[in-house]
Write a protein that binds this ligand. Structure first.
Ligand SMILES: [Zn+2]
Length: 190
């Protein structure tokens, strides 16, 4: 059961098209979320790049516990930054970054905020509706419906499409499902 409000998916498609225009990308082009972050003036750090971070925390985040987190948004001294785990593959990294950017674009208020002793504010818990919205916007930013339709019409298989858009095969399949593109194509083929 979806919690998305009426018209939200269309809003996401329009946002995906409008950011591509802003970045002078074609409608069917892949969108690198690092470039979108720069456009939105949001800093993206690896754990090592976080100012003042302690060596044992870096080791914890990149070695000991590298599998347990993807990305976290920090507000620190008026700067919004996303700390992105560099361990996962590019598809998962792009999805995690697009997801965090989506919370920021949608101006979601976090459900819980954590303050670290050195004055960073971590925002990584949101309510279920906001999570669903961020997942929807992230998937749409990375794989807009029209671009997906075009790629399928060109005869690309799922793995070619996933690498074109820089996403995981799972995200690609999820977009095929939620956008209904296959249904549309089978109708138009009669
Ligand atoms: Zn989230």
């Amino acid at each position: 059961m979806s919690n998305l409000r009426r018209g939200f998916k269309t809003w996401c498609e329009n946002a995906a098209a409008s950011y591509r225009r802003d970045l002078a990308l074609g409608r069917d082009a892949a969108l690198d979320p690092l470039i979108l972050a720069r456009h939105l003036r949001i800093v993206v750090w690896t754990p090592e790049q976080v100012p003042g971070i302690k060596g044992d925390v870096v080791t914890h985040l990149t070695v000991t516990d590298a599998d347990s987190w993807d990305a976290v948004t920090i507000q620190s001294h008026g700067v919004t930054a996303i700390v992105l785990n560099s361990a996962p593959d590019i598809g998962r990294r792009n999805n995690s970054l697009a997801h965090e950017l989506s919370h920021i674009i949608l101006e979601h208020e976090p459900a819980h905020v954590f303050h670290t002793p050195d004055g960073h504010m971590l925002m990584n818990e949101y309510n279920a509706v906001h999570e669903e919205e961020a997942n929807c916007l992230a998937g749409t930013l990375l794989v807009p419906r029209e671009a997906l339709l075009q790629a399928i019409r060109l005869g690309l298989n799922d793995s070619r499409m996933a690498s074109h858009f820089g996403v995981s095969p799972q995200l690609l399949r999820m977009r095929r499902n939620v956008t209904g593109v296959d249904r549309q194509l089978s109708y138009s083929r009669g």
